[in-house]
Ligand binder design. Sequence first.
Ligand SMILES: Cc1cc2nc3c(=O)[nH]c(=O)nc-3n(C[C@H](O)[C@H](O)[C@H](O)COP(=O)(O)OP(=O)(O)OC[C@H]3O[C@@H](n4cnc5c(N)ncnc54)[C@H](O)[C@@H]3O)c2cc1C
Ligand SMILES: NC(=O)c1ccc[n+]([C@@H]2O[C@H](COP(=O)([O-])OP(=O)(O)OC[C@H]3O[C@@H](n4cnc5c(N)ncnc54)[C@H](O)[C@@H]3O)[C@@H](O)[C@H]2O)c1
Length: 488
Amino acid sequence: MQEREVDIAIIGAGSAGLSAWHAARKHSDRVLLIEGGAYGTTCARVGCMPSKLLIAAADSAHHARDAGGFGVRTGPVEVDGRAVMERVQRERDGFVGRVMKTVERLGEDNRLEGHARFEDPHTLVVGDYTRVTARTIVIATGSRGTWPGFFEAAGDRLVVNDAVFEWDDLPESVAVFGPGVIGLELGQALHRLGVRLRVFGVGGALGPFQDEAVRDYADRTFNEEFYVDPDAKVESIERDGDAVVITFLERDTGRRLTERFDYLLAATGRHPNVDRLDLERAGLAIDDKGVPHYNRFTLQCRNADDSPSHIFIAGDANQELPLLHVANTEGRIAGDNAGRFPELRAGTRNVPLAVVFTDPQMATIGASRAELEKQYGGCDCIATGEASFEDQGRAVVMRQNRGLMRLYAEHGSGQFLGAELFGPRVEHMAHLLAWMLEEKPSVSRILEMPFYHPVLEEGLRSALRDLNANLQQGPAITERCMECGPGD
Ligand SMILES: Cc1cc2nc3c(=O)[nH]c(=O)nc-3n(C[C@H](O)[C@H](O)[C@H](O)COP(=O)(O)OP(=O)(O)OC[C@H]3O[C@@H](n4cnc5c(N)ncnc54)[C@H](O)[C@@H]3O)c2cc1C
Ligand SMILES: NC(=O)c1ccc[n+]([C@@H]2O[C@H](COP(=O)([O-])OP(=O)(O)OC[C@H]3O[C@@H](n4cnc5c(N)ncnc54)[C@H](O)[C@@H]3O)[C@@H](O)[C@H]2O)c1
């Protein structure tokens, strides 16, 4: 067994691990980055980037089909599955290549390949041949797709997102389980690229939405385009030859249908990669999901006796909010604190912001209405404002006039607290609202900001005005867009 002694060991060379490495290096030259799988990060290899590449191809097919609505004749739209997948993989390889260059620049001595697990709180065994002793350790091991055992009946036709981006061609049909973020993004993209699709969920959840009105609106909208049953009655999953055979009760009609699919795509959530680390040897306090107890401002873990540990945890591994920008922020804070341990600094945590790249897009900012009700103790302290995109000027111009926004604020102070957005290009409005939320202005102050015309943000202004009226801090909207053109 080869022995190595370093100041800081980082487990996982994903987005959180790489951020941690750069932050830790400001404190020491002896920082070791350990990677047990493929370099390149989940985001670039099998996550954010290839999924957006597939969605971009799908949107292009969709707009070509929709051109007739503008009086532009295109003829039948043909999707060349091989060409679509070739571009997805080529561009994906470009993104991965750029990450690989960063990894190479770290220098060979600062990297180690192999699966790491704890031998004791300061010692990691990496692969079969190396023992690493470190003063502090950052766990940045990410997460992986997870699914219930009965999906296994699909055999090797059961896939997760990783496999989709390796397809040489598009399949004829896919059954997606899980109408969450991954299921809706990939499901809609596959549908728009001509793949026969059914999406099955449990319990009624849809994407990231908690607000029932927004959820129901999104449910109706997606179902006009492809089949999604967020509360599906699936009776059996079987394998027959190359096909996955699924028997289910059809939504609305209750008819029992049996259909064959090329693949079952499991998008039923992700599990933190903390179960193969032998964490019990690290001396940490662990919650019922196997994740160490940690402080979200310092990312420092707690020991089983509740004393502070020299171990930190960042990114998907801690499951706080499994998103790329969160992984980067947490990695930076964890790496910095691992470097300056035992003196720590509380890092700045941003307000929650999530965007789902469906069409219409879905976004959540700040706390949900239900969380706010809990936080404010059901005192009737929360006001809601809403606006639809159905008659919003710019959305009508673009033939993208579907969507609903619901915004929340505190009575009295008038402070904006959160929002759920479903509509065209709401990724941009989500940023504006998140930036506002960081600054904590009142809704009436936000309404003093400039709004151009004609833009989609005028729709957001309508929702803000409705919110302001419900806060009793402004007039109710009796007639829309009186003073500023038909934008609202
Ligand atoms: C399909 C899909 C689409 C997504 N789209 C978006 C998006 O649009 N926007 C967004 O913000 N987020 C998106 N995400 C989420 C985002 O990709 C993740 O939140 C982010 O990549 C997590 O980074 P990480 O560093 O925590 O994990 P990773 O990048 O997964 O890094 C963890 C690393 O640790 C290694 N590792 C694990 N265990 C060990 C061990 N014991 N020893 C050594 N190494 C180990 C792994 O091999 C891996 O390389 C998407 C995710 C998926 C799956
Ligand atoms: N645009 C983005 O930012 C983006 C894109 C993709 C992924 N992500 C990240 O990845 C995380 C994981 O995504 P995900 O979609 O796997 O998880 P998710 O939690 O968003 O969705 C999982 C869905 O599966 C459903 N489900 C659970 N068990 C089921 C079963 N047996 N049958 C049918 N449905 C079932 C759940 O009700 C839920 O709707 C997300 O939370 C997000 O943080 C982000």
